[in-house]
Design a protein around this ligand. Structure first.
Ligand SMILES: CC(C)(COP(=O)(O)OP(=O)(O)OC[C@H]1O[C@@H](n2cnc3c(N)ncnc32)[C@H](O)[C@@H]1OP(=O)(O)O)[C@@H](O)C(=O)NCCC(=O)NCCS
Length: 325
């Protein structure tokens, strides 16, 4: 048995390996279409470059390595997506791709390799530990089942949020944010790595501005995804927001992304308010949606409490790993 690595011969092979691994590791998340997977190659989010490789047993490609290099911030980091087909594990393909990841990280002047594993199968965590990575942050994936929502509870939460947030008003948008709030949006989104727990992972604040936010949404749309957003404003200033993303080829499933309230405006239930408003937004705009999934740092009790109150329930546990070179 000969183990080797090489450049990505064809993106379609990468898709097949990524799809088979994802279905094995997280069968409840509908996997993206080939079209939308391949669209990332030509439409990356602004500020990131990629390198992609295959791992082989003899001449058969069974492993895929995708390295993501932030170029505008987080310049000492590289994100590692390392996947080996379930039927071909424990033959050293992962180890060979990891050695390549370390080599490429060094060649790009990166000092921190970062990757995530899920607890459903022992492989990912056992492998990361064997490669010398350190567990840096525990995360929980939670799901809101849109087919069994507790409408009375949601109405009660909304009444409480409305009462506590007097003076603020809500605003919704889809895709690129309107010009008059896009600077506020960039400021709030960039606070994520400051305000949300990052454990021992070296995540630095992203350098975001209106131009990068705009290009990010345009690239997302070209990847077959659309974001649905809701913000809370006081006067003309947006001080809280949240966003959901739908893969247009997989309309039953929705991802919950950042929710953030400006530190000067906390304590008014704005986080809950924008999330409840955006839940109504997505239900109106995407009636085929059946579930919303979200990741939270397990120690982020405040966000998890909001999610639990809305009806989100934990599905699985994840670890973010970091290996320092
Ligand atoms: C993690 C993954 C890439 C490993 O691929 P692989 O080709 O099986 O890895 P290797 O055969 O090179 O294993 C290298 C070492 O990791 C450890 N390891 C890997 N899987 C393990 C398991 N299930 N139990 C215990 N140790 C394990 C062992 O020490 C192994 O060396 P050994 O076989 O000589 O004992 C693969 O399981 C996978 O694709 N998992 C899902 C995606 C994922 O979690 N990626 C990891 C991101 S860091």
């Amino acid at each position: 048995m000969r183990i080797s690595t090489g450049p990505l011969a064809s993106p379609e092979i990468a898709y097949e390996i990524a799809r088979a691994t994802a279905i094995h590791d997280c069968p409840d998340i509908p996997y993206q279409s080939q079209k939308n997977f391949l669209a990332l190659f030509d439409n990356p989010p602004p500020g990131y470059t990629y390198e992609r490789y295959l791992g082989y047993i003899d001449d058969q490609p069974v492993g895929y390595l995708e390295l993501t290099f932030p170029q505008l911030d987080n310049l000492s980091n590289v994100e590692v997506d390392l996947l080996v087909l379930p039927g071909h594990r424990r033959h050293g393909v992962g180890r060979a791709l990891h050695a390549l990841a370390v080599e490429r990280a060094r060649a790009n002047d990166r000092r921190h390799l970062q990757a995530a594993t899920v607890d459903r199968h022992p492989d990912g965590a056992a492998f990361a530990e064997a490669m010398g990575a350190k567990a840096g942050l525990a995360e929980t994936r939670s799901r809101l089942d849109l087919t069994t929502l507790d409408e009375a509870k949601l109405a009660e939460l909304r009444a409480e949020a409305d009462k506590r947030s007097e003076g603020y008003r809500l605003r919704r948008w889809i895709g690129v944010a309107p010009d008059d709030i896009i600077d506020d949006l960039a400021y709030l989104e960039a606070r994520l790595n400051v305000d949300a727990p990052t454990g021992d992972i070296n995540w630095e604040p992203e350098k975001l501005d209106a131009d990068r936010m705009r290009k990010g949404e345009e690239a997302r749309e070209k990847r077959g995804r659309r974001s649905y957003q809701s913000g809370a404003l006081i006067g003309d200033k947006m001080v809280a927001f949240t966003w959901l993303v739908v893969d247009l080829d997989r309309p039953s499933h929705v991802w919950q992304n950042t929710t953030l309230v400006d530190p000067d405006h906390r304590g008014h239930r704005l986080g809950l308010l924008v999330k409840l408003d955006n839940l109504d937004h997505i239900r109106e705009q995407r009636p085929a949606a059946e579930a919303i999934d979200t990741f939270n740092a397990t120690e982020n009790a405040f966000m998890l409490d909001i999610n639990l109150a809305m009806g989100f329930r934990p599905v699985d546990a994840w670890i973010e790993w970091q290996q320092d070179l």
